[in-house]
Design a protein around this ligand. Structure first.
Ligand code: SF4
Length: 347
């Protein structure tokens, strides 16, 4: 087991003893026109409000240099450039202000090219993630989990020989068992921070189930400093899932914990539609509260007692509770505004 290390990424610090951070990766090419870039900055602001700590962008070409540099300067959270094959793109992204770059040294080519990246990252105070996926490893006879972990240790050795230690490692496989084994093995031999994820995990249900199983195990064992729940779907959902996982494990306090009814034949109020209309706003409120959205009088008043704020819909009437006490009754049309106001004003 190596020395436990903490690594700075922009204004964020990650590593042993610190709460894990949530990441996502922007799902489209970097826009090039000013209006779209400003819209993207606002979207990053919303992701940040939901609990996203770091955002990664694909950086496939020099054409992205100017807009990427704008993102690095304006983003409210640290920005990572994802680089493949061409080490000159890594140098360019670092020059443009990337707070971290993600590379697989194995696909950068000659070692002198990796050394140039390390020297530049050092000069710019940027971190590097060694990102290994089970699908892009050097040839070897070992089991994939062992090969992934050993390959990362070899690259870390290169990095240390060049005097570079601001390094994070990720070992991802689409097979969640391999992901768990590789990360456990690495963590038993190295103190460098790990970024966790099950890659190519599918749509919302399959990704959240696989990722929660794998990352939940690792985080419960104290392994993992950042995570991404990779979903074939909206990046807002990735962030929501990551924050929810950390909250469930007791590793994050801030944010709204939502309690809501399943679909149920007794409901006389459309709690599903109501939740869909209000969820994004609730998740962007930076308070540590439980909010219950209940569909009838069977469990509604009971759940309201254990929530900070609750609503129970009965037909077209909505009963709003604060601290378990009935506060007021409003019509269904006013329910969203009344709930958000109550949550925003809650102590
Ligand atoms: S509170 Fe009412 S609507 Fe909600 S799950 Fe229970 S019985 Fe169904």
């Amino acid at each position: 087991m190596g020395v436990d290390r903490q690594v700075r990424i922009g204004e964020k610090l990650l590593g042993v003893g610190l709460h894990p951070l949530v990441q996502t990766m922007y799902d489209e090419p970097i826009p090039h026109d000013g209006e779209a870039l400003d819209a993207l900055i606002r979207r990053i602001g919303s992701l940040n409000a939901m609990g996203c700590d770091i955002i990664r962008f694909s950086y496939p070409s020099s054409d992205d240099r100017i807009p990427f540099s704008y993102l690095c300067a304006k983003s409210p959270i640290p920005v990572v450039a994802d680089i493949h094959f061409d080490h000159r793109l890594a140098l360019e992204a670092l020059e443009a202000g990337a707070h971290k770059i993600r590379i697989n040294p194995g696909n950068v080519g000659a070692r002198w090219k990796v050394d140039e990246i390390l020297a530049s990252a050092k000069d710019h105070g940027a971190a590097i993630r060694i990102g290994l996926n089970s699908g892009s490893l050097p040839k070897g006879n070992e089991e994939p989990a062992i090969l992934m972990s050993n390959t990362a240790l070899t690259y870390l050795d290169w990095f240390e020989q060049a005097g570079f230690t601001d390094t994070v490692v990720s070992l991802k496989a689409s097979d969640e068992t391999v992901t768990v084994e590789a990360n456990r093995r690495f963590a038993s031999q190295s103190g460098y921070p790990l970024h966790l994820g099950v890659t190519e995990a599918g749509s919302v249900v399959s990704s959240v189930v696989r990722s929660t199983w794998a990352l939940g195990l690792l985080l419960s064992e104290g392994i993992g400093s950042t995570l991404r729940i990779s979903i074939t779907g909206p990046i807002e959902t990735e962030v929501q899932a990551g924050v929810e996982l950390l909250r469930t494990l007791g590793l994050r306090k801030r944010g709204i914990r939502i309690v809501s009814c399943p679909r149920c034949g007794r409901s006389t109020f459309d709690s599903q539609g109501f939740l869909a209309s209000v969820e994004q706003d609730l998740l962007s409120i930076d308070k540590d509260l439980t909010v219950a959205i209940m569909g009838c009088q069977v469990n509604g008043p009971g759940e309201a007692k254990s929530a900070d704020i609750a609503i129970t819909g009965i037909g077209n009437a909505i009963f709003l509770y604060k601290g378990g006490k009935l506060e007021r009754k409003v019509g269904a049309g006013e329910a969203k505004a009344a709930l958000l106001e109550a949550v925003r004003n809650a102590e």
